[in-house]
Design a protein around this ligand. Structure first.
Ligand code: SF4
Length: 367
C-alpha cells in the first residue's frame, strides 16, 4: 500500500527501504504534464516511420496500427488491480487540447502514406479524455478511495461532451474517411453520463467502430471482479444492450469484443465455470482470445499472486500457479468442447429483431 499510495506527483513522498548496507529508493513521480506541455510534445514533427536502419530487416508490423493513431490523453484512473498504467502513466488523466488534436489530424491527412483512415483516437481508456476530478488536480488523488471502484466517485463529473465534439469535428476534416476508436471504453462511465453518454455511444457506433468495439469486463464471477477492481456484469449487460440497439438502428454489422483473463488470483475452475456460463448465456459467444493472467510488476494483482492473500483484507485466496491448470482454465472458455459448441449454437437471439448483433460467434483475435 505504501508504494501505491506514494505514486501521485502532488502528494507522494520519496521512499527508501534498507536492504543490508544498501537502500532501495523510490523517488516521487514527475509532475503530470500540463495541457500546453502535452500539446507541445505532440506538435513535434514525428516521422511516422520505422528507422531506416531496420529497413533491410523488413517492415515493422506494429507500425501499421500506430502510424496513423492519435493519443488524445495520458493516464488512467481505472486502477484495475492487474494493470500498471496508473503507476507508470499516473492516475491523473492529462488531456491534449482540441486544437492540438485537430492540428495533428490535419497534418496526418497530408501525409503521403495516409489512406484516409485513423486507426485509433484514444488513450489507455478511450473515454477518459477531458474527464478529470477537480479535487485530484489540486490536491492529488485520494489515498483512501478509488475513482471508479466499487462505484463511480460522485466527485468525478463524467461528461462525454468534449469527446463528442472532437469526434464530430475530426470526421468532417477533408481527407479523413474514417476515425476509429480502437482503445478500450469504460462502459460504466458511459452509463453514468446521463447527459451525453447515449449521444457519445451513438456517435461511436455510427462512425467510429471498425467492426468490433473493445470492452474489458475481464471476468464475470463477482468474487474475481472484486479482486480485479472491475465493475459488475450488470453494467456490462446494460451497455451491451445499448450498443446492440444503436448498432441495429444504424444497420451495421459490428460487435463488442470482450477482453477476458483466466487464472487470475481468486479464480479456480468454479469461477471459470461461472464465466463460461456468462459468456455462453449472456454474451452469446465463444471467446477466441483469452489471456492467462501474468503478474505485472508494481500491481496489486502481483501481490495477490505471490502472497496468495487479498492485500485489502489479508484473507487467504486461491491462486492457480500450475501452468497446465492455468491453461486448462483458459480452455474452459476459449476453446469450445463438442458440448459447449452445441450449447452455443442453440442460443437464440434475445432482444433484437433478427438477432442482429446477438448471433453466436467466435471473437476475432484482437490482442
Ligand atoms: S475525489 Fe473521487 S474522483 Fe477525485 S481523486 Fe478522490 S476518488 Fe478520485
Amino acid at each position: 500500500h505504501l508504494f501505491y499510495q506514494n505514486n501521485d506527483p502532488i502528494t507522494a513522498k520519496g521512499l527508501a527501504q534498507q536492504k543490508g548496507d544498501r537502500f532501495l529508493v523510490q523517488n516521487p513521480p514527475a509532475l503530470t504534464l500540463t495541457q500546453p506541455q502535452l500539446d507541445k510534445i505532440y506538435a513535434l514533427t514525428y516521422e511516422r516511420d520505422q528507422h531506416p536502419y531496420y529497413e533491410k530487416q523488413g517492415t515493422v508490423k506494429a507500425l501499421e496500427t500506430i502510424r496513423f493513431s492519435i493519443p488524445t490523453h495520458r493516464g488512467c484512473y481505472g486502477e484495475c488491480n492487474f494493470c500498471a498504467i496508473a503507476v507508470h502513466e499516473g492516475r491523473t488523466v492529462a488531456s491534449r487540447s482540441e486544437n492540438s488534436i485537430l492540428a495533428e489530424v490535419k497534418a496526418i491527412s497530408r501525409h503521403p502514406k495516409f489512406k484516409g483512415i485513423i486507426n485509433d483516437l484514444g488513450g489507455p481508456t478511450a473515454n477518459m479524455y477531458a474527464i478529470e476530478c477537480a479535487k485530484k488536480l489540486h490536491n492529488g488523488a485520494c489515498v483512501d478511495k478509488r475513482c471508479l471502484f466499487p462505484d463511480i466517485c460522485p466527485v468525478l463529473k463524467i461528461d462525454h461532451s468534449s469527446q463528442l465534439d472532437l469526434l464530430t469535428k475530426i470526421r468532417l476534416i477533408p481527407g479523413i474517411n474514417k476515425v476509429f476508436v480502437g482503445s478500450g471504453i469504460r462502459y460504466d462511465m458511459v452509463l453514468a453520463d446521463k447527459q451525453n453518454g447515449l449521444a457519445y455511444l451513438k456517435e461511436i457506433v455510427a462512425h467510429h467502430t471498425s467492426g468490433q468495439l473493445k470492452v474489458a469486463p475481464e471476468h464475470a464471477a463477482p468474487h474475481v471482479l472484486k479482486m480485479m477492481g472491475k465493475p459488475s456484469v450488470g453494467s456490462l449487460l446494460k451497455f451491451k444492450k445499448m450498443f446492440e440497439n444503436l448498432t441495429y438502428a444504424v444497420g451495421k454489422d459490428q460487435y463488442l469484443t470482450y477482453y477476458l483473463i483466466a487464472a487470475y488470483p481468486g479464480s479456480s475452475d468454479r469461477e471459470m465455470k461461472q464465466l463460461k456460463d456468462f459468456v455462453t448465456n449472456k454474451l452469446h459467444l465463444t471467446p477466441e482470445q483469452v489471456q492467462v493472467f501474468t503478474p505485472t510488476p508494481s500491481t496489486y494483482a502481483s501481490v495477490m499472486y505471490y502472497t496468495e492473500k487479498d492485500p485489502f483484507t489479508s484473507e487467504t485466496i486461491f491462486v492457480e500457479k500450475n501452468i497446465t491448470q492455468k491453461v486448462a482454465q483458459k480452455e474452459m472458455i476459449a476453446k469450445p468442447t463438442a458440448s459447449s459448441a452445441q450449447k452455443t449454437q442453440a442460443v437464440k437471439p434475445s432482444n433484437l429483431p433478427h438477432g442482429y448483433a446477438n448471433k453466436p460467434r467466435l471473437q476475432r483475435k484482437s490482442r
